[in-house]
Design a protein around this ligand. Sequence first.
Ligand code: DC
Length: 231
Amino acid sequence: MNETKHAVAIDGPSGAGKSSIARAVAARFGYIYVDTGAIYRTVGLAVRRAEQDPHDADAVAALLPGLDIRFDYGPDGSQRMYLNGEDVSGLIRTPEMSMYASAVSAIPAVRAFLLDMQRRTAREHRAVMDGRDIGTVVLPDAGLKIFLTASLEARAKRRLLELNAKGDPSTFDEVLADMRKRDEQDSSRAAAPLKAAEDAVVVDTSDMTLDESVEHICALLRERFGPEATA
Ligand code: DC
């Protein structure tokens, strides 16, 4: 495959359910699921370890040539991230790394550094890829683009449950404040800001369960790709 017409791009703010929904849709149709936020988080971790300011574009850009970032899939299909050979999949899932990822993702050199990896993956596999700029920048030819959104409160509630389930003691107010700040940062940056592609289907999941959201998007996929979608 040398093109990305078969790809599904899912963009939207944090907590809209992108990763759970994209993972389930990908599994249903035998696509791979690519969580691009995890890639930005891995850059964030590298910057944190180098004790650099994630807002300092020059300092961050200087680190990039020394970074070997890769991903693969575990036996359960989960995406594993490697930083210079080390599996950092667990380490990148903290509120601190969310903030680092959001900060470094505003730096154009970081986005350029990661662009190729993302495009190559979508050319080599049938992929459901989620992020912030997949439909607008990374895969403008994706055959189906979804902009997944939900109210700030609904998103904060979901993220709180996820964090608490992992033993993270964050409170609702903290999660809400973090999310508001990230929304603001991700939407107002100059480089590839979070916004719906003109040809994206906007799906608001505030009042949908996970299953309903998955069914809705599977239906869109079947409608768009017809017999090519095998599930
Ligand atoms: O989806 P996530 O919360 O894991 O993403 C972490 C941060 O990375 C998010 O605040 C914005 C950034 N990001 C991005 O700029 N572009 C992407 N395609 C994916 C994530």
